[in-house]
Ligand binder design. Structure first.
Ligand code: TYD
Length: 163
C-alpha cells in the first residue's frame, strides 16, 4: 500500500481504507504530501465525515478555515509554509491543486469528499480551476501567522534547494 508512513493512524477502524486511487497518486506526490482517505459514515439519511486524530488527521487541529465562492478564473494559494502542516479536502465541488517541493511538481484534482491531501512544510501550493460550488475545508496545525508564509517562488525555491 504505497508509502503511507503513518497509515497506521487509520488501522483498525472498519471504515478506514486506502483506495487504489490513493495508492497510485501518492507515488507522484512531492515530499511532505500524502493523501488520506477519510472515513465516510453513511446510512439511509446520507453521509457524514468526522475528522479527528483517531480518524486520520495527522496533527492536533488548531485552526479550521473554508475557501468558498471563489470567482471563475481566480487562482489562490501561491505560497509555501515554513513550518505549518495542513490537511485539505473539498466538501463540495472541486479544484485543481498544484503541489511543488522544489523538485517535483504534481497536479491533483481534488474533488472527492473522502480524500484529503496533507500539505507539509516547504510545499509550494496553488489552487486553480475552482468549480463555482467548491467548498474547500482546511485543517491547520497552528494559528494564522503571516511570518510562516513564503510568498515568493524564487525565495521558496532557494530555501528548498538548500534543504
Ligand atoms: P490568503 O493567504 O491570501 O489566501 P490564499 O492563500 O487561499 O490565496 O488569505 C486571504 C486573507 O485571509 C488574508 O488577508 C489573510 C487572511 N487569513 C486569515 O486571517 N486567517 C487565516 O487562517 C487565513 C488562511 C487567511
Amino acid at each position: 500500500m504505497a508509502s503511507h508512513s503513518s497509515g497506521s493512524d487509520l488501522a483498525g477502524l472498519p471504515e478506514a481504507r486506502f483506495s487504489p486511487y490513493t495508492a497510485v497518486v501518492e507515488k507522484a506526490l512531492p515530499k511532505g504530501c500524502r493523501l488520506i482517505t477519510l472515513p465516510v459514515r453513511g446510512d439511509e439519511r446520507g453521509s457524514l465525515i468526522a475528522l479527528e486524530r483517531s480518524t486520520g488527521v495527522p496533527f492536533g487541529i488548531e485552526r479550521v478555515y473554508f475557501i468558498f465562492d471563489t470567482q471563475t478564473g481566480v487562482a489562490r494559494g501561491f505560497h509555501a509554509h515554513r513550518q505549518l502542516r495542513q490537511l485539505v479536502a473539498t466538501m463540495a465541488g472541486g479544484c485543481t491543486m498544484i503541489l511543488d517541493d522544489g523538485e517535483r511538481r504534481t497536479e491533483l484534482r481534488l474533488d472527492r469528499r473522502d480524500i484529503a491531501v496533507e500539505i507539509g512544510p516547504m510545499v509550494w501550493h496553488e489552487m486553480h480551476d475552482f468549480s463555482p460550488d467548491c467548498v474547500m475545508t482546511v485543517l491547520a496545525e497552528a494559528p494564522y501567522d503571516e511570518a510562516d508564509y513564503i510568498r515568493d517562488y524564487s525565495e521558496f525555491s532557494d530555501l528548498a534547494r538548500r534543504g
